[in-house]
Ligand binder design. Structure first.
Ligand SMILES: [Zn+2]
Ligand SMILES: [Zn+2]
Length: 135
């Protein structure tokens, strides 16, 4: 019996959003599926994926355009920069001010009206550095 499909969808979406907000790991849809399943054992990966896409489209969450094969999601929607570990692929926030002057430099170099920019730093995370030392 599924008398309140919209209600159900909203609840699922809220739980996905809640779980995404709890982590700082910028999880993929698969990662979130594993987390959300603890609370919604019958939810499908497709449902998690669709809800993430919908929430990203409506600006509730960010879909990260970072290197790597899988899309990642972020509940922190204010503009911020990311760093990706080239060894393990993990993505973290970097807490530095937005470099708004880059927009002006870019605007001077092309005919576009610039809205913003994305910067992805790359490096090796501390876990991977430690791992290298141990081996
Ligand atoms: Zn790493
Ligand atoms: Zn982030």
């Amino acid at each position: 019996m599924d008398q309140l499909p919209n209600m159900r969808l909203t609840t699922q979406r809220q739980i996905i959003l809640e779980e995404l907000a709890k982590v700082t790991s910028h999880p993929t849809a698969n990662d979130l599926y594993d987390i959300v399943r603890q609370r919604l054992p019958r939810i499908g990966l497709g449902t998690v994926y669709r809800n993430l896409e919908l929430m990203a489209e409506s600006g509730l969450i960010l879909k990260l355009e970072v290197g790597g094969t899988q899309k990642r999601f972020d509940a922190t929607i204010n503009p911020h920069y990311h760093i990706r570990c080239t060894q393990c692929g993990k993505v973290d926030d970097i807490d530095i001010p937005m470099q708004h002057h880059i927009n002006e430099i870019a605007a001077a170099a092309c005919d576009y009206q610039i809205f913003g920019h994305h910067i992805e730093f790359s490096g090796i995370c501390d876990d991977c550095i430690q791992m290298k030392k141990e081996h």
